[in-house]
Unconditional design. Structure first.
Length: 248
């Protein structure tokens, strides 16, 4: 077990839109090296929570702690990204006219916004790291392929690889298997399971079979706060959770 300390701590976060509380005193903490799944019905506040973590939405009250002490609640989106929180949105956004390798190269060179190194050559160490990432995301045989020609699933993996190239301290993944085939979904579970322990990852996902195949710990959001938290078996047998999902 490689966990030591907390990578993210949300304390009493409230966000209102026109008086409606999308997040209601939400508190949540993620350990270093954890792979955490966030589930909950539509409107539970999952997207708003991701937006608060990345600085896209400011909380009305409450604090976002990154690492043990860094208060992110008043930082800008680029500052938070630079501090090491990487987010992948639902739709893949790779550079379609560039090869798989070039996409990873660009991601690595823009690591933490250091654009001035864009025209320099990659070091041997960086090349090794790209080779390692290509293997991790199962695209080692496609590194010369134009990204626009990849399948939807492969584009998603490439984008995860691009995030990894930037060495984030926390990875946020928004519905990574949406639109994937069953086979791609299985490969994605393998990919995330291989990253678990080495990276701190938070996944928002609707696909329960997928959640079951990766989750060590699950947090159920409902009406802007945590309804239940624990292993998949624990939350699935929680009466309030059953009511929220079946009573919808
Ligand atoms: P989830 O991602 O779990 O489906 P959201 O975070 O998207 O939930 O939304 C939580 C609630 O906040 C919903 O009821 C949604 O309609 C509302 N909401 C989200 N963003 C806005 C916004 N920009 N303006 C008004 N209401 C919003």
């Amino acid at each position: 077990d490689t966990t030591h300390g907390v990578v993210l701590y949300l304390e009493d976060i409230t966000v209102s839109f026109d008086g409606f509380r999308a997040l209601n005193k939400l508190s949540l903490s993620i350990d270093v090296g954890e792979l955490r799944c966030i589930i909950g019905p539509n409107g539970a506040g999952k997207t708003t929570m991701m937006d608060v973590i990345t600085g896209k939405t400011r909380p009305d009250t409450g604090t976002v702690f990154f690492g043990q002490t860094m208060d992110c609640s008043k930082m800008t989106e680029p500052q938070i990204a630079q501090a090491g929180i990487g987010r992948k949105f639902q739709k893949p956004t790779v550079f379609e006219n560039h090869t798989v390798f070039e996409n990873l190269e660009l991601a690595m060179k823009t690591d933490k916004g250091i654009w001035n190194s864009l025209f320099g050559k990659l070091s041997g160490e960086q090349l090794d790291r790209i080779a390692e990432i290509l293997t991790t995301i199962n695209l080692q045989d496609s590194h010369k392929m134009r990204s626009g020609l990849l399948s939807h699933g492969q584009k998603q993996w490439l984008e995860i690889g691009m995030l990894l190239a930037q060495e984030p301290k926390l990875l946020l993944l928004d519905e990574p298997v949406a639109g994937m085939t069953d086979h791609e979904t299985e490969r994605t579970a393998e990919l995330l399971n291989s990253l678990a322990g080495k990276h701190s990852i938070m996944v928002v996902e609707h696909d329960m079979d997928f959640v079951n195949s990766i989750a060590r710990k699950v947090t159920v959001l409902h009406q802007g706060s945590v309804l239940a938290e624990g292993s998949m078996e624990q939350v699935q047998s929680n009466e309030q959770v059953i009511e929220v999902y079946l009573g919808r």
